[in-house]
Write a protein that binds this ligand. Structure first.
Ligand SMILES: Cc1ncc(COP(=O)(O)O)c(C=O)c1O
Length: 386
């Protein structure tokens, strides 16, 4: 099988960074303003505009942003927060950080997102929030979710994968009480580590902004620019240090200016994959939304275990040998050791998540791939059948 292919190495993801990001950090080093300051403020403003929200707060990661959002809403012991069972572990971990209980809901095998039809049965009078995940860049069906949870339940979008995605004409991050994005290098735009909390709720944003900085009444930048920079602010809340550095803010601003181009390229190549691979009977293509824009953070296929020439893991081994990196889509959180032990879960408790954990396969899609790379991936997958 491998003799049909010239040998190369195609990564599952690579950040698209270079000279511009490098130069963008220069001013920070020259002025000496390295922690949260003017670059972060400019990044926040541009990100808010891009996602049609009034407020954006840069943080150290999507994980800390999700924690910040829950803490700002006052979620604590005795409260329940609904999360999908197939997602990155962070979505559920942040609920535990607050001392609250994650209540898992299964996902749909076709969209990989939380199944709105299974949510109502999990709502109790302790439900304080739900964290729908826009997995791999496809927005969760927020209107269907809103319809089955009481108005008092906050919707926190886990938009880790969804910068630039939209749902019925509305951008990800503007669909609930708050949205939280990730700038980890596997995402479309990166700041190394980093995240952004978005909201249209002024009171939430004001409180979250303080909680991000230990509960300080004013930011460092405001203090330094104010009339009495020598006085420390008031601290009336228990908060955290979840501040992004200005170095990252400078990189983020540069990356954000390329987001539209990155997504357009990803859309083009996702369509190419669908065109080339859709005929393979054992490999189901990811769903392309009719109601919005997929941000294609990852191109995640589903291997049919009944008809595939080998198991998903064996196919991943073969592709790795041909120089094509793949990954499972993500994991079923209820099957992870910590969660199994703490909550006595069984894999069959959430069969959709269990099956997606076993059978999803992300293939390379990023902005540093060439036409030849894409053709090579297609040929490698077609060669699996021979
Ligand atoms: C769905 C989802 N939520 C949360 C996170 C956490 O993001 P971060 O690494 O920025 O904390 C990720 C990261 O991969 C993710 O995919």
């Amino acid at each position: 099988m491998s003799e049909v292919l010239d040998q190369r190495k195609i990564h599952i993801a690579l950040p698209s960074t270079g000279e511009e990001e490098w130069l963008a950090t220069r001013e920070c080093f020259e002025t000496g303003w390295l922690t949260q300051g003017p670059k972060v403020a400019a990044f926040e403003k541009a990100f808010a505009e891009k996602h049609s929200v009034q407020h954006a707060l840069a943080v150290t990661s999507c994980t800390t942003g999700l924690h910040l959002a829950l803490a700002t809403l006052g979620i604590g012991p005795g409260d329940e927060v609904i999360v999908p069972a197939f997602t990155w572990v962070a979505t559920a971990n942040v609920v535990l950080y607050c001392g609250a209980t994650p209540i898992f809901v299964d996902v749909a095998r076709d969209t990989y997102n939380i199944d709105p039809q299974q949510i109502a049965a999990k709502v109790t009078d302790r439900t304080k929030a739900i964290i729908p995940v826009h997995l791999f860049g496809l927005c969760a069906d927020i209107d269907a979710i809103r319809a089955v949870v009481p108005d008092t339940v906050a919707i926190i979008e886990d938009a880790a994968c969804a910068a630039g995605a939209s749902y019925k004409g509305r951008p990800a991050g503007s669909l609930g009480t708050a949205g939280v994005f990730s700038f980890h290098p596997r995402k479309s735009i990166t700041t190394g580590e980093g995240g952004m909390v978005t909201s249209n709720d002024g009171r939430f944003a004001d409180l979250a902004g303080k909680m991000r900085n230990h509960g300080a009444e004013i930011s460092e930048e405001q203090r330094h620019q104010g009339p009495r920079p020598y006085l420390l602010p008031e601290f009336n809340l228990l908060g955290f240090n979840y501040r992004m550095t200005d170095l990252q803010g400078a990189v983020g601003l540069t990356q954000l200016s390329k987001l539209d181009q990155f997504i357009a390229e990803r859309q083009k190549w996702a369509a190419y994959y669908v065109q080339e691979l859709a005929e393979i009977p054992w490999l189901r293509m990811p769903q392309v939304p009719s109601q919005g824009q997929h941000a294609w953070q990852a191109f995640v296929c589903y291997v049919d275990p009944e008809t595939a020439p080998a198991s998903r893991n064996e196919l991943m081994d073969l592709l790795e040998k041909m120089g094509v990196s793949t990954r499972p889509g993500t994991h079923a959180v209820h099957m992870l050791g910590y969660y199994q032990e703490r909550f006595a879960f069984h894999p069959q408790d959430f069969p959709g998540a269990r099956d997606c954990d076993a059978n999803t396969m992300a293939i390379p899609l990023h902005n540093k791939m060439s036409i030849d790379d894409y053709a090579y991936v297609v040929n490698a997958i077609k060669a699996l059948e021979k």
